[in-house]
Design a binder for this molecule. Structure first.
Ligand code: ATP
Length: 232
């Protein structure tokens, strides 16, 4: 599909954890639409359902009830190969950066291309070096994670999420480990990718500086969307 249609449309999404007596509903009738190339911030207290929603939209969990249309594909009831195909078009940045300790910054970034197969990895070096440079890590390309600060590791994880040129980036508090300047650098890069390539970003953050840069702000409370700036 083109990047001009809404990359994500969620309708009537509900989600439960647990079985029997312990079964607990954590998402209630969630509706949202994300616009292509835009930065949307997802807000809400701890336990309000942000990560659950993010993982459902990111094909990391099965949709139980309701509809999630991702890049034109319905995820509810989708076959595993459709989910795999969808995941290849996504980039993930989580709080825990999960870098491989035995691989350099460059090699860790390359891991972001593994799912795309050998053709994608052929030209990886210049792309990886360019991204790391944009993220202020030009001097650290060949460092192992053990020799990088927490913030530098997080920026390597950001480069790894972006190297496959994803259509959508899901980021769960990606700037928590970063100083103010690095956090703004990451968000500025994501916004630039939005303008230049149409990359859509959904980010969980409580950083007010980032909220100022958001195109859309969605607020959750106890599993429901209670505010959506695109509707007001
Ligand atoms: N794997 C799980 N099994 C059972 N309950 C879960 C599971 N994951 C999350 N929950 C529950 O679902 C609810 C929503 O959790 P979720 O992690 O989505 O919230 P959140 O807004 O992302 O919170 P935080 O900001 O603390 O990460 C919470 O009540 C949580 O305890």
């Amino acid at each position: 599909m083109s990047r001009t249609a809404a990359p994500i449309v969620v309708r009537g999404l509900e989600h439960w954890f647990g079985e029997g007596e312990a079964k607990k509903q954590v998402l209630f009738d969630v509706d949202l639409v994300l616009q292509p190339g835009k930065l949307t911030v997802l807000l809400g207290a701890s336990g309000s359902g942000k990560t659950t929603l993010l993982t459902l939209m990111g094909c990391l969990r099965r949709v139980q009830q309701g509809s999630v249309t991702l890049l034109g594909m319905e995820l509810a009831g989708a076959a595993e190969d459709v989910l795999v195909q969808c995941r290849r078009r996504l980039g993930f940045i989580f709080q825990a950066h999960n870098l491989h300790d035995s691989l350099t910054a460059m090699q860790n970034v390359r891991m972001g291309l593994e799912v795309h197969g050998p053709a994608a990895t052929a030209q990886w070096e210049s792309a990886a070096a360019h991204l790391l440079d944009l993220l202020g890590l030009r001097e650290r390309l060949n460092y192992l994670p053990g020799n990088l600060s927490g913030g530098q590791k997080q920026r390597v994880a950001v480069a790894r999420a972006l190297i496959g040129n994803p259509d959508i980036v899901f980021a769960d508090e990606p700037t928590a480990a970063l100083d103010k300047e690095s956090a703004l650098n990451v968000v500025t890069l994501l916004k630039r990718l939005g303008t230049e390539r149409g990359t859509t970003t959904l980010m969980v953050t409580h950083d007010s500086k980032i909220m100022d840069l958001a195109d859309q702000i969605i607020t959750m409370d106890e599993g429901r969307i209670v505010q959506d700036s695109s509707l007001s």
